[in-house]
Every structure is written in structure tokens, then in C-alpha cells.
Design a protein around this ligand. Sequence first.
Ligand SMILES: *Cc1c(COP(=O)(O)O)cnc(C)c1O
Length: 379
Amino acid sequence: MSDWTNVIQATTMHDPISGAINTPIQLSSTFNQPDFDNFGHFDYARSGNPTRESGEAAVAKLEHGKHGYLFSTGMAAISSILFTLSAGDHIVVSKHVYGGTFRLLTDILPRWGITHDMVDFSDLDAVAAAITPATKALYIETPSNPTLHITDITAVVRLAKVHHLFTIADNTFLSPFLQKPLDLGVDIVVHSATKFLAGHSDILAGAVVVNRSDLADKIYFIQNAVGATLGVLDTWLLLRGIKTLGVRMTHASRSAQKIAEYLAAHSKVTRVLYPGLVNHEGYAIQMKQANSGGAVLSFDVGSEAHARTVVEALKIPVFSVSLGAVETIISYPPKMSHAELNAQALANVGISPGLLRFSVGLEDTDDLIVDLEQALAQI
Ligand SMILES: *Cc1c(COP(=O)(O)O)cnc(C)c1O
């Protein structure tokens, strides 16, 4: 079935009791057990509830997975995956991961004896060299935030299989509408559903989707034990947001492509990072594993002072953290998403002082280009 139909089918309920086509919001923390010996499908809402279950089925369907889990935030989802590891375990992680993931890996997990190495995943020999007898998993994020590095998912999966490792992919930047890592052999897909899945800068949410039942059991165990679950009101908003995922991703990524081409030709812009540009180093891989370049790009205006000028001059985008929403969001990663990294760590991952991240929303493309034109003219 086409993704367009799948998105609607996954979020349309046929409630057997009322016929409601939207998932009912079941505000109940506990469920009556009619039989002393045999309990029903739901008992306590942390362990499961009908609204969250609908949302979990929806994200699983979108990612072509069998089991979905919803968490209170993307970081809760990522932590819950990593909590399946034990003291002594090691993982190899792309050095281009989200700042919050970096913080979890460097400041929390080592205290529990879970270690990692960060490697440039475009160099598979370096990835292979980082694998030790204690390594359990490979963790990737593609495209990466905010430098839009592309990782060859199929090649990473192949390497993981050779070493009997499982693979984790953060698919936040493209959403399942543009890329489906499980179809490419990844074991665990994770999302900050705060971004494109929810799509309206209104809720925080995280999602995990898997096919393997052994991994599903482990993740469900952690979800229930740790309890960072998504509330029912937020689940409803997530489902509402997902209904328009297809139209949002299609419009925003077409717009991003045009804006990237415009910026690439602009004399004040020193580089544009967008995997839909033919001269982007990851272009061929991106076109093989995803449907487009996505809706996020980054561009460099040469210095922090220029970045400030552009941000202050732009009229349409909001200047904020986050991405993947109906409104265009411009952010300055060194002070925002990657504030955890010191100057050396920023340089190491290619976040230069003039780099701005641009998450394209649903405004008119030409209006955004006109706005960029007047802002860049002030440099
Ligand atoms: C935002 C983000 C996260 C963290 O998600 P939260 O919902 O903010 O907790 C993880 N990965 C990526 C790629 C993100 O953009």
C-alpha cells in the first residue's frame, strides 16, 4: 500500500463501540478487572492503555515495523533503548549524533559502565576498527543533525551482521514518509516524534519501532519499568499530526530543495549542507535510501557575526530550537542543539561558527527566498 494511504489508515480508527473514526482519549490510569483470576488486556496505564496503543500501532505501521512504543520525549525513547544494555557493554556511535544523545552517552551511561566510541560512519573501516568483543550495537543518525551527513544504512547493517551486532537508527530528520530504516535491515528505529511526526511544535514525544520480538520484549520491559511513557492527550495530538505527514513532508522537502539550490548560488553563503544537492558528498546514497533530501538544510554565512545579522534580519522564520514543524525554524546549533559541545568538539563535527540550521515549514517557498534575500543582503 502506498505511504499516502498508509498514513491515513494508520491514524483512522474504527472504534468498535462508537464507530468513532478518531482514537478516543481514554483518560484512565487504571482499568476494571472483571474476573478475579483472569485480568483483561489493560490493567494500569503505564503498562498500556487504549489511546497509546493506537498511537503505537500507527507509528509501527508507518515504519513497516511489527512493534511500536511511544515515550514522553525523543530522549526518553533513546534512553530506553540504551537501558537495554548492561555494564561492560560497548556501542559504536556516529560522531554526528544529536547533542542530547551525545550528553547521555558521555555524561550518564559511562557511570553505569556502558561505554562507546564515536566514529565517522562514512568511513566503514573506522567503524569496523572501533568494534571490540564488548560491542553490542551500532548507532546511526542519517541525515545527521545539523551537518546533514549521510550514512549508508545498508552498508552499516551488513557490517553489523558480520559482527553479530544490532543496529539503531535515529530517523527523526526524514520521518518514515521519506525513509524506512527497518526495510533496509535496521533493528531499532527511534524518533523524536516532537519533530516531523507530530509536526506542529505543540508536543514532545518519542517513538521506537522494531520488528524483532526479542528486542520488542526488552524495550517494552524498559518502557513499563522506567515509565517514560507518552500521555494520552499527547498521543491524540501525535495521531492528529501524523494524518498530514504526507502533505507536510512533500511540500516542505520540495521547498527545501529549491531553497538549498538558491542558497548554493548565493555569494554570501560559503557552503550549503543539503543531501538533495547533487554535489553533496552523500547525494547518491541519499537518493538510494530515501525519497528526497528532506526538509532540513544548514548553511554557512562565514562567521558568528554574519549568522547574528541573518537571524536578526529574517522576518518569516521563528528563531528557536527544534525542527520539523509547520513553521520554518532557523536555529544556531553552537548556542542551541549543540551547546553541550565545546569549541573543539564543534569543530570536530563540522559545526562552524557561521552555520545556521533551517527547517523548512509550509510557508510559500518564494516568500521564504525573498526573506532570505533581504537578510543576506545585510551582511
Ligand atoms: C530533537 C531530537 C532528539 C531528541 O528528542 P526530544 O523529543 O527533544 O527529546 C533526538 N534526535 C534528534 C535527531 C532530534 O532532532
